[in-house]
Ligand binder design. Sequence first.
Ligand code: GLC
Ligand code: CA
Length: 537
Amino acid sequence: MDLAWWQDCVVYQIYPRSFQDSNNDGIGDLQGIIQRLDYIKSLGVDAIWLNPIFTSPMADFGYDISDYRDIDPIFGSMADVDLLIEKAHEYSLKVIFDLVLNHTSNKHPWFLESRKSKDSKKADYYIWNDTVPNNWKGAFGGRGWTFDKQRGQFYFHSFLPQQPDLNWRNPATVDSIFGEVRFWLEKGVDGFRLDVINSIVKDESFRDNPKAFGHRPRPYDMQRHIFDRNRPESHSKVKMLRKLVDTFPDRMLVGEIMVENPGEPELAASYLGKTGEELNLSFDFSLITTSFSAQKWQRCAKRWYEAVGMHRTPTWVMNNHDVSRSISRFSNNEQKARLATFFQLTQRGAIFLYYGEELGLRDSFVYRKDMQDPLGRRYWPFYRGRDAQRGPMVWSVGANHGFSESDPWLPFTKHANRYTVENQELEPDSMLSFYRSLIELRSHEPALRQGMCVFQEQQNTSLIVYTRSLDETQFLVLVNFSSKMQSVSFGEFGLRSSDSEEIFSTTSNSKQPRFSYENINLDGYEGVLLRINKLNI
Ligand code: GLC
Ligand code: CA
């Protein structure tokens, strides 16, 4: 099968502020990333995705862009980004940028012009109204409409008041946005992660969102977002964007789709377009928001595969800059973290990893006084925001852990010396070695990247069992979600033990023999990959 690179890639997400500081101001930057390309390459990944690096007042740490065509000085310069793209390509790493096209900063020249008056040149670039027309809220608190004295009208913002939403119903706005996208395509960027892309078009007559059932702490979540996001017209806009991107060879769009918890895989899949003519990829966050359970995870994965279908490509993600790190969600249980990664990396499609997860890095603890995230500042102590999962990378033992020579902008995780790259490099059984060998295995086995996944129904509710097959190759994957040893009979799958060969286990020192009396034995929280030498499942 001849697939495009993004159909089976492993992407490494970097939060640039926290990866590597090169000029010792305590904040990571582009030169820092360039210095660490060797390390990134050594992981075996195919691409890097950088959270926003464009000029920004940083009200939402780069998700409020005031100039799409320049780099924020905190991260470096245009020369640095050119060099990063060039060097990454020398390493055969694709480069994905994070584009925020739903809104800009309120300091963006388009907004400064738009707010001047009702008949300014860019009057309709944003969403203005004489009154507060409806019940729409800002996801970061308060109502979604803010009065602007200069223009004498209210403007709509899905997030902070400093992040006014662009008006995608105005063709001139869309033209301008596409101009910014083209700028980066011409510079050789291989793809874009599109922020909240299902929010871009709003209801034309500003109808009220209906109430959501149940009780959630954030007023924003007490509404069903059917009129401020997911409007049918958004699909044609995404299609247009894809057309533009496809005029350049080998580029990719991956979209963040805002959903109601615990997940709406069908909605995420709908933004791929019926025949894959919209986004190349979209994120489903079901596994992040669903508790660790074999039955629940199998249900999520099946539902996502079904929504996407064989003709399009699913993505698999356990971590990102918006959610508590997976190992912290699993109460620091390393075996669970490994098992989740094993499950993730043995799925068909595109894999997204988040810097530091390969070290088993925990969330940082951030005191109220050190809090940076506007969301944490607003909702503390009920919600501490997203600083915890954005802590600095831990390279080496000692002061500031090779991240910087100054104190970092956010604290390191506790006991950071336990998780350094430096030490884990030397440990064959470390989390880092585990990630590397699993990524390497995947890269050598087309069946693991592209092969069909079929879940095997069986009696044991602690296990997920599935096959991955492509052409003549077939794997059987067994994942034990319980802390207790489990035994499965080969007979259940119409196999004998002699038909299989063990290729990988998440536990290096398994206690019992793998096979006994035609049973496969799994340790607590163990995942095993077997090659099947007989095609009969
Ligand atoms: C997305 C980003 C998040 C950001 C928000 C507003 O959800 O992932 O970090 O705060 O959009 O742009
Ligand atoms: Ca710096």
